[in-house]
Design a protein around this ligand. Structure first.
Ligand code: NAD
Length: 333
């Protein structure tokens, strides 16, 4: 299998590439990434000499480039997106360019150059918006709350429309919040670990009551592999481990694992439009593709804290005032 992976220098994409290259000796990966601020070539350093792996720096909105790459692929796994909600509030135009125009360009390249290629579009639970009780299924309406989730919802619609009209072999995954190794330090879990290791205050939006459903990244990449190999065309698959936690609980768990005091916690001004609770029903992927998460939150968070503490070489060069800012949605791009 020769895969074109977009956005493979980011958090989930690089975990996915590492997983498939370690598992499948005969798979090849072309990684197309524009090397935006959240990407990091150090994520896949160990594959630089591997002849099964090729990195290409470029933008998914470059039609000529993606057309050439799509031609050579048996599968496309599309991670590339601007992904940070806070940044989408201060600079939404970047999100339209990558998430909407970029996905449109990739779909056009597929339709014109390789319409049979297997295509997996990586989306998010945020497209459904928040829910106070119960969990969203794949048939629920999309009600995004932020410029980030609005552009992701738009890209999901493009994939469904192109798949139906042009008979593309495309599926969509919608996953809950991921955590684990190689996540850029501006996100809640790495930021908490890094700031706590420096004995700095840990900022929490509002009162910390917002609930997120957490999935260890390795469980996510196994689910994507299952959809790539056995998913049905034009189907959407929710992916969740059902590990719902309030943000305050997540931070307290990390502080406890690190032997730090809760007095480090500092509540800061909430971000506008902050979703209260996300929750997904992932029965369909369990039933149809036999996928189940391997890691409980307790196991996953323990592994994640250990990874960050043992891999300061990875995160130290990425850390600056902007990345660790307590209310990044107030900053410009
Ligand atoms: P990330 O920001 O770590 O990685 C995204 C990568 O895409 C970066 O390397 C960036 O350089 C690249 N990229 C962005 N725009 C590009 C463009 N126009 N051309 C080429 N490359 C471009 O994000 P992530 O957390 O790894 O998320 C990956 C995907 O998974 C996204 O589509 C996101 O919406 C989705 N997702 C993320 C989560 C999560 O918790 N992180 C949960 C569900 C879904």
């Amino acid at each position: 299998m020769r895969l074109l992976v977009t956005g493979g220098m980011g958090f989930i994409g690089s975990n996915f590439i590492r997983y498939v290259l370690e598992k499948h000796d005969d798979w090849e990966v072309i990684n197309l990434d524009k090397l935006g601020y959240g990407s990091n070539p150090a994520n896949l350093k160990e594959f630089e000499e591997d002849e099964r792996y090729t990195f290409i720096k470029g933008d998914i909105a470059d039609f000529e480039l993606v057309s050439k790459l799509v031609k050579k692929a048996d599968g496309v796994v599309h991670f590339a997106a601007e992904s940070h909600v806070d940044r989408s509030i201060s600079s939404p135009e970047h999100f339209l360019n990558s998430n909407v125009v970029g996905t449109y360009t990739l779909l056009e390249a597929v339709r014109k150059e390789n319409p049979q290629v297997r295509f997996v579009h990586i989306s998010t639970d945020e497209v459904y918006g928040d829910i106070l009780r119960g969990s969203f299924t794949e048939n629920d309406r999309l009600m995004p709350s932020s410029p980030y989730s609005a552009t992701k919802a738009a890209s999901d619609m493009l994939v469904l429309g192109w798949a139906r009209t042009y008979s593309l072999n495309a599926s969509i995954t919608r996953c809950t919040n991921n955590y684990g190794p190689y996540q850029f330090p501006e996100k809640l879990i790495p930021k908490t670990i890094i700031r706590a290791s420096m004995d700095l205050k840990i900022p929490i939006y509002g009162t910390g009551q917002n609930v997120r459903d957490w999935l260890y990244v390795e469980d996510h990449v196994r689910a994507i592999e299952a959809v790539l190999l056995n998913g049905e065309s034009r189907e959407v698959y929710n992916i969740s481990a059902g590990e719902e936690k309030r943000n305050i609980e997540v931070v307290k768990t990390i502080l406890k694992l690190m032997g730090k005091d809760n007095s480090l916690i500092e509540f800061v001004e909430d971000r506008p439009g902050h979703d209260l609770r996300y929750s997904l029903d992932s029965w369909k992927i369990t039933r149809d593709l036999k996928w189940r998460p391997k890691y409980s939150f307790e196991e996953g968070i323990g592994r994640t804290v250990r990874w960050y503490l043992e891999n300061e070489w990875w995160w130290r060069p990425l850390v600056n005032e902007k990345v660790l800012h307590p209310t990044p949605w107030k900053l410009g791009w």
